[in-house]
Design a protein around this ligand. Structure first.
Ligand code: FAD
Length: 337
């Protein structure tokens, strides 16, 4: 009956009207899990973060806010990050509750091991389920400055995935992180790949990758994880390139992500003197260069997406950074919609 209904309404949009089609598509998205969508086709999704201030919350979640604009691009899911220590868990749930209530797309929460006992994890995950949130990105988490470990009962994402399956069976669809260049703390790329396989063996459903601009490395990693028996769908995490300082910070602050020649050339071409971090640069062309860099960076991001899709990846996950315009430009011009 479901297939019949889908065929009738979705394949005949002219007859039934676009609004009905959108309503059915939205219903379908809510009823399906992300893992089930991968069985049929590639996905396209966004990531947002919980704002710290009420003004930020209003901009993201208010009427005509960023979330409502993002829905118009028809993403398969929207995920919301989780502060490593769980400090913003209230706002994380507020954002997810809003997406759940709106019913336009699947909502995925990020969750980390940082500072959590097993009891904490059970309680928090049960609360997510009680709120209708049944998709989770299971992470170790970024260690807060000065910490050596998670200061919790679980130390790695492998353990978190296993624990979720033990305690909650199949109630959650579980995504995990993958690092095509190797996680910054891994003892080797090979060891990191074996832990990714362990996440799969423990019950993970799909992978969202850490940002990577080095396409040769990405292809190498993709071949290697497949050879190691990782069959999970790969959803590629993509950061829109919009500012020089943001790009450099993203590359170096946490991940030590390699910048390819093309990206370096764009940065060099629009370099702001004395440096792009200077709040009052003496470079007379600074404003024009910022605008030109943004355009070049967004076009670079689109070309990157072309290359990922040519590798046969299963999804494109855009870090929206709680903004609409940049990801809308990328999604439209990369043909993701
Ligand atoms: P793990 O897979 O546990 O790996 C951590 C390190 O330990 C690696 O070096 C790995 O090789 C090693 N390792 C793994 N398993 C074992 C094992 N069994 N024995 C020994 N060594 C092992 N962070 C947040 O705090 N909040 C977020 O919302 C968030 N969202 C993210 C979204 C995406 C798409 C991605 C890719 C990352 C996100 N992160 C977030 C960052 C993530 O938490 C960090 O990259 C973190 O440092 C590692 O998390 P992980 O789940 O990859 O860790």
């Amino acid at each position: 009956a479901g297939t019949l209904c889908y065929d009738t309404f979705v394949s005949n949009p002219q007859r039934e009207g676009l609004r009905e089609r959108d309503a059915i598509l939205s219903f379908w998205r809510q009823a399906m899990s992300v893992a089930e969508i991968y069985e049929e086709r590639a996905t396209f999704s966004f990531e947002v973060f919980p704002p710290k201030t009420d003004v930020g919350m209003e901009k993201l979640c208010g009427t005509d806010g960023v979330l409502e604009k993002l829905y118009t691009l028809n993403p398969d899911y929207i995920s919301c990050t989780y502060g490593a220590g769980g400090t913003n868990v209230g706002k994380n749930r507020e954002v997810l509750d809003k997406i759940q209530k709106d019913g336009k797309t699947i909502h995925v929460t990020h969750f980390t091991c940082i500072g959590n006992t097993k009891e904490d994890i059970k309680e928090k995950l049960q609360t997510y389920l009680d709120h209708g949130i049944n998709h989770i990105l299971a992470l170790r988490g970024d260690l807060p400055f000065g910490w050596e470990g998670t200061n919790g009962d679980l130390h790695y994402a492998t353990e978190l995935v296993k624990f979720i399956r033990q305690e909650f069976g199949d109630k959650f669809t579980i995504a995990v992180a993958g690092s095509p260049e190797g996680h910054i703390q891994c003892r080797s790329l090979e060891a990191d790949i074996s832990f990714l396989k362990e996440k799969q063996d423990n019950g993970a459903d799909y992978v969202i990758s850490q940002l990577v601009w080095d396409m040769d490395q990405f292809r190498y990693w993709l071949d290697d994880i497949r050879a190691a028996g990782v069959t999970m769908p790969i959803d590629v995490g993509i950061m829109p390139i919009t500012t020089i300082s943001g790009t450099i910070t993203n590359a170096l602050s946490r991940n030590a992500c390699v910048m390819d020649r093309k990206l370096c050339e764009i940065i060099s071409k629009y370099w702001i003197f004395p440096n792009p971090y200077d709040p009052a640069p003496f470079d007379a062309d600074a404003e024009q260069k910022k605008a030109d860099f943004r355009k070049a960076g967004l076009d670079y991001t689109i070309e990157l997406i072309d290359q990922y899709r040519a590798c046969g990846v299963d999804g494109i996950h855009l870090y929206a950074l709680n903004k609409y315009d940049d990801v809308a430009y990328i999604a439209k011009n990369a043909g993701l919609i």
